[in-house]
Ligand binder design. Structure first.
Ligand code: ACO
Length: 221
């Protein structure tokens, strides 16, 4: 079946990357893009159709398929679920150089960017980004709206919680669990489970200091 003309949501950097993947994969040019920022640079060759809340009207006008191309995990999940609720189809997007095992599963609204490898029996939930060159080994389970950044490598049987982010070039030991909403810093080597919502980085990965106030200045300085 020929791929549909999509409605894209998000005209930023990730939107441009998804557009490039669609072109490489032979999808037709998207019907348009929604973005709440009227000053957004837009996507080359794709008309800006207004803010995100126009989606319902566009569905009523007959657009049937969409993709949320936003880098922020929580917002991507929220809008992706809204679009599903409006009756949009969210077909997974797969770059032609991505290698997916026959029994691997890529969920609705998810994208596999160039040179991704998704191993045997790996399951990927909805609205997930498998970014450029990431490797998700056999039997991994990725919950909705997580993001595996470029070059990150997940060993066999790793489980990633909802909306978690695995940073650029991070590596995760086989069998590890990453909690929902956690962030793995770029370059981390994760050798132990990571709790929900925590931020870790380094080799081996340890909690990263968050939001520390700047050092107090002496009076008069
Ligand atoms: C196509 C694309 O571009 S996809 C983009 C994917 N994005 C990424 O991979 C980025 C992932 N993000 C990171 O690695 C970030 O540096 C984070 C989330 C770990 C931390 O970011 P912030 O909360 O802004 O922390 P900040 O930069 O202020 O650093 C806080 C401390 O953590 C340290 N730190 C920051 N990042 C890391 C890291 N990856 N590993 C180890 N330590 C780190 C800093 O040196 C600093 O240490 P200090 O307290 O001794 O000074």
């Amino acid at each position: 079946m020929a791929p549909p003309r999509l409605l894209l949501v998000g005209a930023g950097g990730h939107g441009r990357a998804v557009l490039a993947a669609l072109r490489d994969a032979g999808w037709p040019l998207p019907a348009g893009v929604l973005d709440d920022d009227p000053a957004c640079p837009g996507l080359p060759g794709v008309p800006w159709l207004g803010p995100v809340d126009r989606a319902a009207a566009l569905r009523a006008e007959g657009l049937g398929a969409a993709h949320v191309a936003l880098g922020g995990n929580a917002r991507r999940r929220e809008l992706g679920e809204q679009l599903l609720g409006l009756g949009f189809d969210l077909p997974p997007v797969r770059h032609p150089t991505a290698v997916l095992a026959e029994d691997a599963r890529l969920g609705a609204g998810s994208v596999a960017m160039p040179r991704v490898v998704l191993g045997a029996a790996a399951t990927v939930g909805r609205h997930v980004i498998l970014n450029t060159g990431s490797i998700v080994e056999h039997d991994c389970e990725l919950a909705a709206a997580c993001h595996i950044a470029p070059g990150a490598v997940l060993g066999g049987g790793v489980r990633i919680g909802e909306a978690a982010m695995v940073g650029i070039l991070a590596g995760i030991r086989p069998g590890i669990r990453i909690g929902a909403g956690a962030t793995i810093g770029l370059g981390a080597a994760v050798v132990a489970d990571v709790p929900v919502g925590s931020v870790v980085g380094g080799v081996p990965a340890r909690p990263v200091r968050q939001g520390a106030p700047p050092p107090a200045r002496p009076p008069g300085e």
